[in-house]
Design a protein around this ligand. Structure first.
Ligand code: 6PG
Length: 256
C-alpha cells in the first residue's frame, strides 16, 4: 500500500483552511499547465467551512476562479434546493453574494451538479457522464474522469463518496458511476448518485477531509492493514496522490 500524505491540524477550522490553501495551490498549477482547474467537490459537513475559507479576501484573490469548474463526486438524489443536497452548502457559501453585496467569485455556469431532476438514477448518471465529456474533462481508457483535485469526506462507517461498506461499487469491475439505494445504516436515508472508487485513483490529487472525534474509530479502521477496501471504502484513498487532513481529535487512535 503506497501511503498518502497525512497532516494533523489542531481542529476542523484548521482542516478547512489547510484544504483551501492546498486547493488554491493545485488550481494555480493546473491553470498554468492546462488552462483549467476541474475540482470535484464533496458533501457532508466539511465543505461549508472550506468554501468560507476560500472566500476570505486573501485566498479569494489567489484563486483562479475564472478558470475553475466545480463537479461533485456524489450527491443525494434530491432537488438542489433540498438542504440534503451536496450542492446546498456550495450555493449557500460560495455562489451566494458576499456580505458586502459583491457577487460570488465563481459563475453559476461553472458549477455542475448531478442532474437530480432526471427521471431515474441511471438517466442522471448517463447525463452527468455525458456532461463531463462535453466539458472536455480528460478521461482514462476505463472511462473515469480525471479531475485535477477530488475532495472527499469520510463517513463514520468509513465510506467515501457514496460508496458504503459492502457496496459492489467498492469492487473490481464496478461501473464508473451508479445510483445507490437509500442507505439504512447511515443518515440521510435518501438514494444517492456516485462515482465508484476508481475515480479516486484516476484523480491527479485527492484531498480527504476528516476532522472531529467522531472520525477516530473510522480512521483507525481505514488505516489498519487488517481491513479490506470493501469493508472500509475510504481505504481506496490511501494512495500517493492523496493528502489526508485530520485534526488531533480524529487522529487520536492512529499510530503517531
Ligand atoms: C455525502 C458525502 C459523504 C460525506 C461523508 C462525511 O453525500 O454524504 O459525499 O461521503 O463526505 O459522509 O460526511 P461528514 O464530513 O459530514 O461526516
Amino acid at each position: 500500500m503506497s501511503l498518502p500524505t497525512v497532516r494533523v491540524l489542531s481542529d476542523a477550522q484548521g482542516v478547512a483552511e489547510a484544504a483551501a490553501d492546498q486547493i488554491i495551490d493545485v488550481a494555480i498549477a493546473a491553470v498554468a499547465e492546462r488552462g483549467v482547474f476541474h475540482l470535484c467537490a464533496t458533501g457532508g459537513s466539511t465543505p461549508a467551512a472550506l468554501y468560507r475559507a476560500l472566500r476570505e479576501p486573501a485566498r479569494a484573490a489567489r484563486m483562479p476562479w475564472a478558470e475553475t469548474q466545480i463537479w461533485f463526486g456524489d450527491d443525494r438524489f434530491v432537488p438542489r434546493t433540498d438542504s440534503l443536497s451536496n450542492v446546498f452548502p456550495l450555493d449557500a457559501e460560495l455562489l451566494s453574494a458576499n456580505a458586502d453585496g459583491s457577487a460570488s467569485p465563481i459563475a453559476p455556469s461553472a458549477v455542475h451538479p448531478w442532474p437530480t431532476t432526471a427521471a431515474t438514477a441511471q438517466a442522471a448518471v448517463t447525463e452527468y457522464l455525458a456532461e463531463l465529456r462535453a466539458a472536455g474533462v480528460p478521461h482514462t481508457s476505463s472511462g473515469f474522469p480525471i479531475f485535477d483535485l477530488v475532495l472527499i469526506g469520510i463517513g463514520g462507517d468509513s465510506h467515501c463518496l457514496s460508496v458504503f461498506p459492502g457496496s459492489p461499487l467498492a469492487g473490481e469491475g464496478a461501473p464508473v458511476a451508479a445510483g445507490v439505494p437509500a442507505p439504512t445504516h447511515i443518515e440521510p436515508h435518501v438514494p444517492r448518485l456516485t462515482f465508484s472508487l476508481g475515480m479516486l485513483t484516476s484523480a491527479l490529487e485527492v484531498l480527504a477531509l476528516a476532522p472531529g472525534a467522531g472520525k477516530a474509530e473510522s480512521l483507525e479502521r481505514i488505516f489498519s492493514s487488517a481491513t479490506a477496501v470493501v469493508d472500509a471504502p475510504a481505504k481506496a484513498a490511501l494512495i500517493p496522490q492523496a493528502t489526508w487532513l485530520l485534526d488531533s481529535a480524529s487522529a487520536a487512535r492512529l499510530p503517531s
